[in-house]
Design a protein around this ligand. Structure first.
Ligand code: NAG
Ligand code: NAG
Ligand code: NAG
Ligand code: NAG
Ligand code: NAG
Ligand code: NAG
Ligand code: NAG
Ligand code: NAG
Ligand code: NAG
Ligand code: NAG
Length: 488
């Protein structure tokens, strides 16, 4: 009996620490990014979340409009700190205090009328290999300063500090989980990060992207990535792997164990399947992937290394398509959304209400039903150059191999480029000029799967118009005033 006392005390203290935090809700949330030319207005996005019973959302910054829209919604929120701020947050405790004061304390509440902020994500995948050493040396210092600022604001027992880690943070040369480890160049930093997270009882946020695994690794079949029962399983030291998700997850579990954190809690910060811009990036395949994923999570079977212990939270990447995302890694990057840029569901997914149709965004305000196409009555010998120029600004990713507009023939592809540019420029007349090659039409040029979109009314276009008007009024007034002064 007496010999059990230390154990009981230890257990009690763990329970006590956990009970400081609000009760954890097991849920599938979404990432809400805003790298779009015409973002859907935040209040409409929040309605979209509510209609579809999405109870958790992960943001990439702290846009006041977004946070105000989430106020009083009871949706659990992860706010983000951009990578560009890590350097100053590492070197200055004062900067961290100001960030917490301006971007957290002001909005935070435990329910009620404020924002239910659960996590602060320090950086956005700052360990991504392609970033080199741009950000990672500042991550742990920035996280510590934010943690200290949280304590100062009396919020350290309500909000936890986390760091979203990309899927290339951990790896295994043989492709087998039992050989998993952190990337050698960041191994030391990961150990510092894990010690920090462990000390503050914060979980490890990791991205798992079977779509990329399938594209990059010949050993991963499409069926294996899609949770198909018919997929060829892989054996690893007496454990059998039936899908790519479990393989990646357990590679991470081994990496954590190897550096001394076998119990570290894992949250999936990003997981998804794109629907355009690459082979096998389609809505029907994305639906199969999501069905496999949500069934797997709901079954609570866990993975071979963590049986019956699945991640308690998972954030789908992403809520909406974003036409300004970088396409360095592929044209599919702009098509991760469960919904199109204008809030229309692409497929079904089970967010906790069962596997059903999703509700689309309501009362979306579009620009007029007008499109810009190429004028066939003109000499089109130079049209390709104009189209390429349009595509260097606007989004033409659907025309890449495997994309929904890949097989529209010439000059349909010129029209697609012109229209994309025209809509992104809020249908201003001069954005359909193209040296006389453009023509505005009211007949929808969309065909087959290739959608010629109509842009959204944005508060930006309204305020831009407003500021131009104001500018003219000021100019006019000044001119009238000056003229009345000048002696003739
Ligand atoms: C992070 O900040 C600390 C404290 O100001 C400083 O000593 C350290 O050099 C900084 N790290 C980097 C990589 O600049
Ligand atoms: C608050 O966050 C915004 C956007 O993420 C950032 O631009 C701003 O500098 C932050 N405020 C402070 C005081 O750091
Ligand atoms: C692919 O599988 C083969 C045979 O199972 C194995 O030898 C090889 O290391 C694997 N490669 C990767 C990158 O997973
Ligand atoms: C990471 O660091 C730990 C502790 O120093 C060490 O045991 C391990 O071999 C390192 N792993 C890699 C991949 O460098
Ligand atoms: C994998 O292991 C299972 C039993 O766990 C066995 O039935 C199967 O033959 C093994 N497959 C391979 C390719 O070794
Ligand atoms: C996946 O893409 C490959 C290459 O384009 C294609 O051969 C295959 O049919 C696609 N599979 C599905 C299920 O669409
Ligand atoms: C909404 O989702 C939560 C879990 O995220 C679930 O408990 C609840 O029953 C769902 N509500 C409805 C109306 O389906
Ligand atoms: C096409 O471009 C060339 C070079 O800029 C120019 O000389 C030619 O007049 C253009 N043709 C038409 C039809 O605009
Ligand atoms: C190509 O266009 C035809 C109709 O002309 C359509 O049936 C087919 O699905 C399209 N293929 C792709 C890959 O979009
Ligand atoms: C349109 O298609 C033609 C013929 O296939 C091709 O030469 C041209 O580069 C394409 N233009 C764009 C902007 O995709």
């Amino acid at each position: 009996m007496a010999s059990n006392l230390p154990l009981i005390l230890a257990l009690l203290s763990v329970v006590a620490i956990w009970s400081l935090f609000p009760s954890r809700v097991r849920a599938i949330g979404v990432n809400w990014g805003t790298t779009a030319s015409q973002p859907l207005p935040p209040p409409k996005v929040v309605d979209l979340l509510k209609f579809n019973n999405i109870s958790k959302v992960k943001l990439f910054d702290t846009d006041p409009l977004v946070l105000e829209s989430l106020s009083g919604s009871n949706i659990y929120v992860t706010v983000g700190i951009p990578n560009s701020m890590l350097r100053s947050l590492n070197s200055s405790k004062k900067a961290a205090d100001s960030w917490v004061h301006d971007n957290l304390t002001r909005y935070f509440s435990n329910g009620g009328s404020g924002v239910r902020i659960e996590y602060i994500a320090v950086g956005d995948e700052p360990f991504l290999q392609s970033y080199g050493a741009q950000f990672y040396p500042f991550v742990v210092g920035a996280a510590m300063n934010i943690q200290t600022a949280l304590t100062g604001a009396n919020l350290a027992n309500k909000v936890r500090v986390v760091v979203p880690c990309s899927s290339d943070t951990f790896e295994s040369e043989s492709g087998l989980p039992s050989k998993g480890h952190f990337r050698p160049d960041i191994n030391k930093t990961m150990i510092e990060l894990l010690s920090f997270l462990d000390k503050h009882r914060s979980p490890f946020f990791a991205s798992i992207l079977p779509f990329l695994n399938y594209r990059q690794n010949k050993n991963i079949s499409l069926n294996f990535a899609l949770f198909k029962e018919t997929a060829h399983p892989r054996n690893d030291s007496h454990k059998t792997y039936r899908n790519s998700f479990d393989l990646s997850y357990d590679t991470l579990v081994t990496a954590l164990s190897t550096v001394g954190f076998p119990q570290m809690e894992i949250i999936i910060g990003q997981i998804g399947w794109p629907t355009d811009g690459a082979a096998n990036a389609t809505s029907s395949i994305a639906e199969i992937f999501m069905k496999g994923l949500t069934d797997h999570l709901h079954s609570k079977s866990g993975t071979p290394l963590r049986p019956r212990n699945p991640p308690i939270e998972t954030y789908v990447f992403s809520l909406l398509d974003e036409d300004r995302r970088s396409i360095v890694t592929g044209n599919f990057e702009r098509h991760w959304g469960v919904f199109t840029f204008d809030g229309q569901a692409k497929y079904r997914i089970d967010f906790g209400k069962g596997f059903k149709d999703l509700v689309n965004a309501q009362n979306v305000e579009y620009l007029a039903s007008k499109w810009c196409v190429v004028n066939n009555n003109q000499d089109l010998s130079n049209a390709t150059a104009s189209a390429l120029e349009a595509c260097s600004v606007a989004d033409c990713s659907a025309m890449s191999p495997g994309g929904s507009c890949f097989n529209i023939s010439w000059p349909g592809n010129i029209s697609y480029a012109f229209n994309s540019y025209y809509q992104e420029h809020s249908q201003t007349a001069d954005s359909c000029d193209f040296g006389g090659l453009g023509l505005i039409t009211t007949v929808d040029p969309s065909f087959a799967n290739c959608r010629f979109s109509v842009g959204l009314q944005t508060s930006l276009s309204a305020s831009l118009l407003g500021s131009v008007l104001l500018h003219w009024i000021v100019l006019l007034t000044a001119t009238v005033f000056l003229c009345s002064l000048s002696p003739i």
